[in-house]
Write a protein that binds this ligand. Structure first.
Ligand code: AP5
Length: 232
């Protein structure tokens, strides 16, 4: 395992259904490899909070558990990964999520990102977290997050030391508005219909690696690090 590597990594795509652990594991990849987590869900939620034009459109769609249109999400991703902190790699959490997003990303990386990383850029790594359906429901209904530092907890599986308070900064933990059971089912349906084909696409091009996401968090992380290390 490479500790605090300064080598260029990725880009890394973390694929998986809602609740698979993409956010949890992305934060660990970010810390270990010093590459930023680019979470489309987080960026959209920031836009909703700031009441931007994008946030205004996205709010209702996200509340229903549906996907925000590609023509809004793709430029948002382009803007984020053009920032200088992404020059040495980044981890995509929650993107691409449709076949059209995957096709757009391939073209974008080819024309913009890989050109800028000559001559020692990393290869694209696509890692899928495979998790049982009932486990996903347990994870999503129990999820809590810290509004200050973003740390994710689970009241059933990884509770904070003090009920409902963040271990790191003491902030009161919050429940995401789309973690209601009816919305969770809609999000899982959207994944099966629209995002599973993305995994099939990467599999057919030989780029998909899968890890067992059913295991405890600390056992999933080394599987991911191992796949990334093998590409360095
Ligand atoms: P987004 O924010 O991306 O949500 P999601 O994909 O539904 O994924 P989650 O954040 O719910 O789960 P996760 O896999 O990150 O799991 P986590 O680590 O939090 O998207 C939200 C919405 O934004 C979408 O519905 C859509 O509307 C819109 N959107 C976003 N991207 C879009 C795009 N590209 N195109 C169009 N629309 C887009 O973990 C979950 C819980 O499980 C936590 O409590 C955690 O502590 C626990 N846990 C994690 N790993 C483990 C483990 N190994 N063992 C036990 N518990 C675990």
């Amino acid at each position: 395992m490479v500790e605090g590597t300064s080598r260029i990594v990725g880009p890394v795509i973390l694929l998986g259904p809602p609740g698979a652990g993409k956010g949890t594991q992305s934060k660990r990849v970010e810390q270990h490899y010093h590459i930023p987590q680019v979470s489309t869900g987080d960026i959209l939620r920031q836009n909703v909070k700031a009441d931007t034009v994008l946030g205004h459109v996205a709010k209702e769609i996200m509340a229903r558990g549906q996907l925000v249109p590609d023509e809004l999400v793709n430029p948002m991703v382009a803007e984020r990964v053009r920032e200088p902190d992404c020059d040495h790699g980044f981890i995509l959490d929650g993107f691409p999520r449709t076949a059209a997003q995957a096709g757009w990303l391939d073209a974008f990386l080819e024309h913009e990102f890989f050109d800028n990383l000559q001559p020692h850029h990393g290869l694209l790594i696509v890692i899928q977290l495979a998790v049982d359906y009932n486990e996903l429901l347990l994870r999503l209904t129990g999820r809590r997050s810290c509004p200050t530092c973003g740390r994710i907890y689970n009241v059933h599986l990884q509770p904070p030391k003090v009920d409902e308070l963040c271990d790191l900064d003491g902030s009161r933990l919050i429940i995401r508005p789309d973690d209601r059971e009816d919305v969770i089912r809609e999000r899982l349906n959207a994944y099966a219909q629209l995002t599973q084909p993305v995994a099939d696409y990467y599999r057919s091009t030989g780029r998909l690696k899968s890890v067992n996401g059913d295991l405890p968090v600390d056992q999933v992380t080394p599987q991911i690090f191992c796949l990334i290390d093998n590409t360095l």
